[in-house]
Design a protein. Structure first.
Length: 612
């Protein structure tokens, strides 16, 4: 979603801001802008399209200054246009904003009655006018911002500057991510630390309700008007590595990083043939007490949760429910005592997932219902990790491509570790099965590497999808979620309409779509459902559908006319979903590249959806 960068320094800041925006490009955006203060003047530049357009305009107009704010916008209120791009200004105040001001209509009417003229259709512009208006009564930027913040409803992060105080930047965090980058004689803000890595590796992670006054040599944080301290954290080098290296796209790099990412994730929990005694040890008592798990997540993370439901119920017999956060948060679900609420999220900042978590916590507290919360998350500094009782990190490293890949496989690995851990604590996991799964987990990176060797074969097949309009993905059991994930990958980056189905549902609708022009992708690991899946394949072939089968090398499925088969190395049936998502990721990637789409930043999508 949209991104903020801002800073104050002795040196010219525009290049830092532009570089920061480039690093936020992965979040998805449609326009970009920057405002700086230079010798008492507010200078602004805004452009529709890529940050490079903005960079060219900034260079052409020699925009320079020591204090500035910059923004990539992902349109919510008002179409992508220069007028709607941030920063928004009112008088000598400029504002960048991430999130949504829900009561902006009401505030807008009030401001219009006071004579303020709106030049955009955005919700953000009300903030600029409100601050400008407040400064007429209170000529101090911090106080003015503090006075208007209680009037804003919604979720937002703000960066605000005023020409009359050219030595300070005011920032606000309320429901949308914002971090401070701590420099030497210079300080910065951003919605993602990645944007600031060229200038610092020291960060302060703001909390909800924080208002900050940033100067070159000081950082003051206020909560309800009271100054407070927040710790400065130093990032290690691994987190800071985010270049494409030899790969053409981040997505491809991230697909090929999966063996290492999974290895890292499992190594934190496993000794040779057992779980490390200190793995999630803090949660031992909780795991002994829980009666069920409720998973809440969005997008790809939701698909990981769906796989975990099969694992949890089949392997350790613990009831497990999974729901999309945007539904869960609004349907007032019954909160059952001794439930482990498990949020799965790559970013840990997804608005719906966080809102669902907070709603559960609030309602459980109100009704005195004992519950427990946990996050499986890829960002150790995220809101989700801070706000849950326990967490398990996926050690995937930064994921930049909007289409999630290595975050997904590491989420699956982490979920299996969690299932093993809970089974061990509850003594519902047979020792021999536990040993088998641990062995298979250690083997997983090797199988992933072998599976990646199918890349050339999959590239060849992908050319057969380029002209297609639609595609079906079918799987059974734990591979039903992988079919959903495959369809999601294909649609989000190649823009081909794709649907994932549980293969058993074929006859209940999607079979009507199957004809000569409908590619059908089948996920066929060797498990107890394989014979049933073979019947589904027959049904497709009989109707003239073209099959693309990812099948276990020992599954006795062979290529025929209009039946393409890619053999996948044999793997334990428990871990097959971790392996079978790789070919669908590669297929989607190659189809998208052949169709010439923007693979890492697909149109209309964002990496971290921090608005509802
Ligand atoms: C967006 C991203 C997806 C991601 C989903 C959930 O839609 O484009 O890749 O799966 O958000 O994000 P999270 O960070 O909570 O996993």
């Amino acid at each position: 979603m949209c991104g903020i960068v801002g800073g104050i320094a002795e040196r010219n800041i525009t290049e830092i801001l532009i570089e920061g925006l480039k690093r936020l490009e992965y979040r998805g955006y449609d326009s970009a802008g920057v405002a700086v203060i230079n010798q008492g003047q507010l200078l602004r530049e805004r452009q529709v399209g890529k940050v490079i357009n903005l960079a060219d305009a900034v260079a052409a107009h020699h925009l320079q200054g020591n204090l500035g704010i910059a923004h990539t916008r992902w349109a919510t209120h008002g179409k992508p246009s220069e007028q709607n791009a941030h920063p928004h200004a009112s008088g000598n105040v400029a504002v960048v904003h991430n999130g949504i001001i829900e009561n902006y209509q009401e505030l807008k009417q009030e401001l219009q009655q006071l004579g303020y003229v709106f030049s955009s259709q955005t919700d953000t512009e009300v903030v600029a006018h409100l601050v400008n208006h407040a400064l007429k009564q209170t000529p101090d930027l911090l106080q003015a911002v503090q006075s208007i913040v209680p009037r804003l409803k919604g979720a937002y992060a703000l960066g605000i500057v005023w020409t009359e105080q050219p030595d300070e930047l005011i920032a606000v965090r309320e429901g949308s991510p914002l971090v401070i980058g701590v420099g030497i004689g210079e300080n910065f803000i951003s919605s993602d630390q990645l944007a600031l890595l060229p200038v610092t590796n020291r960060f302060i992670y703001l909390e909800e309700g924080d208002i900050v006054r940033l100067k070159r040599n000081s950082i003051e944080i206020f909560v309800n008007g009271q100054a407070i301290d927040r710790p400065v954290k130093e990032l290690d080098a691994a987190v800071t590595n985010s270049s494409k290296g030899e790969y053409k796209h981040f997505m491809l790099k991230e697909i090929f990083e999966q063996p290492d990412a999974v290895q890292q994730t499992i190594a934190q929990a496993l000794d040779a043939d057992t779980l490390k005694p200190d793995f999630l040890a803090k949660a031992n008592q909780t795991f002994a007490a829980i009666q069920q798990i409720q998973i809440i997540a969005c997008g790809t993370s939701y698909h990981a949760g769906m796989v975990a439901k099969y694992w949890c119920e089949q392997i350790i017999g613990l009831p497990c429910h999974v729901e999309i956060a945007s539904e869960y948060r609004y349907r007032h679900p019954v909160i059952v005592a001794n439930t482990l609420f498990l949020c799965i999220s790559q970013s840990g900042e997804t608005a719906d997932s966080l809102a669902a978590l907070r709603d559960i916590q609030r309602r459980a507290k109100q009704k005195h219902i004992p519950i427990h919360t946990m996050a499986i998350c890829n960002v150790s500094t995220s809101s989700m990790i801070r706000e849950t009782d326990f967490h398990l990190l996926t050690l995937a490293g930064p994921e930049i491509g909007v289409a999630s890949t290595k975050a997904f496989t590491t989420q699956l690995a982490a979920l299996m570790l969690l299932v093993l851990k809970i089974g061990e604590i509850k003594q519902t996991l047979a020792e021999s099965l536990k040993q088998d799964i641990i062995k298979a987990l250690w083997h997983c990176p090797k199988v992933l590497n072998e599976t990646l060797k199918n890349d050339t074969e999959i590239l060849r097949l992908s050319s057969l999808f380029v002209e297609k309009q639609h595609c079906l993905f079918l799987g059974r059991g734990t591979h039903f979620p992988i079919a959903l994930e495959g369809a999601l990958k294909l649609k989000e980056i190649s823009y081909i309409h794709a649907e994932g189905y549980a293969a058993g549902e074929l006859k209940h609708g999607p079979l009507a779509l199957v004809d000569n022009d409908m590619p059908v992708v089948i996920l066929a690991p060797k498990d107890e459902m394989l014979d049933k899946l073979k019947s589904n394949m027959e049904e497709v072939q009989t109707r003239g559908g073209e099959l693309f089968v990812f099948a276990d090398e020992h599954s006795d499925i062979h290529a025929q006319d209009r039946k393409h088969v890619v053999h996948i190395p044999q793997v334990s049936e428990w871990l097959a979903p971790i392996i079978y998502c790789v070919p669908v990721q590669l297929l989607s990637y190659h189809v998208a590249v052949l169709r010439g789409t923007d693979v890492d930043q697909p149109r209309n999508l964002a990496k971290s959806v921090t608005v509802e």
